[in-house]
Design a protein. Sequence first.
Length: 662
Amino acid sequence: MTTNTIQSTATENRLFTPSVNWSATAAIPDMAAYKALCDEAANDYEGFWARLARENLTWHTPFTQVLDESNAPFYQWFADGRLNASYNCLDRHVEAGRGDKVAIRFESDNGEVTLVTYSNLLSRVNKMANVLKSLGVQKGDRVMIYLPMSIEGVTAMQACARIGAIHSVVFGGFSAKALNDRIVDTGASLIITADEQARGGKNLPLKDNVDEALALGDCESVRHVLVNIRTHGSISFREGFDLHLEPLLARQSDQCEPVWVEAEHPLFILYTSGSTGTPKGVQHSTGGYLLWATQTMKWTFDIKPNDVFWCTADIGWITGHTYVCYGPLSAGATQIVFEGIPTYPNASRFWKMIESHRCSIFHTAPTAIRALNKSSEMDESVHPKNFDLSSLRIMGSVGEPINPEAWMWYYKNVGGERCPIVDTFWQTETGGNMIAPMPAATPLMPGSCTMPLPGIMTAIVDETGHDVENGQGGLLVVKRPWPSMLRNVWGNPQRYKSGYFPEELGGTYYLAGDGAMRYVDTTYFQIMGRIDDILNVSGHRLGTMEVESALVSHHLVAEAAVVGRPDDVSGEAICAFVVLKRTLPKGAEALEIAKELRNWVGQEIGPIAKPKDIRFGDNLPKTRSGKIMRRLLRSIAKGEEISQDTSTLENPAILEQLKQAL
Ligand code: WT7
């Protein structure tokens, strides 16, 4: 952990204040209201959070305790309160007479639309919960969900929550190996999957991957695999072990009493990449997590009863947990759930859907914006100007830094200079938005996520934990625990403690793992990227170590080092330097082996982890003590001149070879 490499290159100083005609009704109408909330939190931190927890959630047993720091950093929030997440997402809206409101506007890959009301979603969730119970799933049991973007996906997550089972969703693009790792780590008793998923006009396997994951071993905990039929693709079926979901649902009652769990009861485990070792199971609580999922819908997205909200993230990522499954439903909103991809049948799909669903709040990732900008330059007919996007009032960006050029394109061409862009900085571990503009209040700066949400005590410190001056780079930390923070790394409290609350910073600051700085004049935050070996490829988080271990598990590979390099569309691209257990391949043969290795990584982790560049060398640049000099590799990957000191290198000649390679 070092701050001396975090240097600000930020020069942005444009501010935009779209004059919106809805500011009077906004949850945070102006900066004075924002400041009042920040002051409330500063003056009475626990009182502030207790008020929000009472206003946003319906408690079965009201809490009397707010924050318990006695076993820091294992914090507890609202510990003696009881509630149920699915009750808060469904029943309370139905009980309030809003059962006929549309909860989900589902659009399939091929464009079919299914509307699901709150009442209907509640009965689907109850039936699914009853199926889980009939299979012996109990409070605290782990259930893996390996499903496409679907009504069933959201239903399965909510059904787990209803009976207090802990779900762990695995993104459908992850491999059998990745699924196996997660099954083993959670000790799941049930897997819910589909025969296949439909994406961009193609059917891709899911059930086959589950079979393969189980065959990889150590999955004795799994008692059944529940299969939803989506495409009618051919799959193998083990009678008695594999079960068809549909007929089981048909037999169940649509009533199911929610299990009232303690606020600290784990709602889910979601795996994310760390800088070392295998992915870690980020464990979230029920009460604190749901509170922030709900509150940020109101503050960051200013959700209102007539809005049509659309977050394009997959339920396999934290964004899909908080801003598809839990936040919009807990807030009682109508939302679009989309099965497909932005470029099918062509790159106007998003604009077409905003128009046809009259979407008012649209939330997507910078990588999608950059890709769609590029497509619309190549093909006029997919440009957003051809569509009626007048229903939009707020647009979001999430997952990676948005470069000012992409921001401006989004602002002008999609939002028509009317719609504030909320650039939301947060992480799997933080549960919900941490730093983001308040859409009716905060003047916007392209590329900056602006200011922390009220109650979120972010700061930038040096490696001894002292605040740095504005204008200086440093480590992004959160000084006080907040309700939606992760509670643990599943089964690994030591990793939780040392990874997120390092002693060097005093042991109580949450270390985000990003470098950041604050502008001198506006005090806005600028995120400058990860300080650890984590890559962000199209908003997907990957550890360099994960990709390296996948590469070295191939029989031809002796050694591998992976670094990121900037990429126009994906933000970062993976570049792998590989030493083979044979002579250096050349020309067509090198291309052939590179292809094989790329596919291998795709199989080991998932297609998103395939290296874009693979370069072969006789060796890697190492110090005399044998440490790989990644900084040099980063320069080579970028095609930069090497300005760093190379005098400590064991084998300086290797640099020339790696520069020439491919
Ligand atoms: C990492 C977290 C946010 C939920 C989805 C990704 C980067 C995320 C931004 C942003 C700059 C961002 C950070 C962070 N990141 N949002 N608005 N501006 N960087 O969650 O997979 O846990 O990744 O994504 O580097 O640490 P995640």
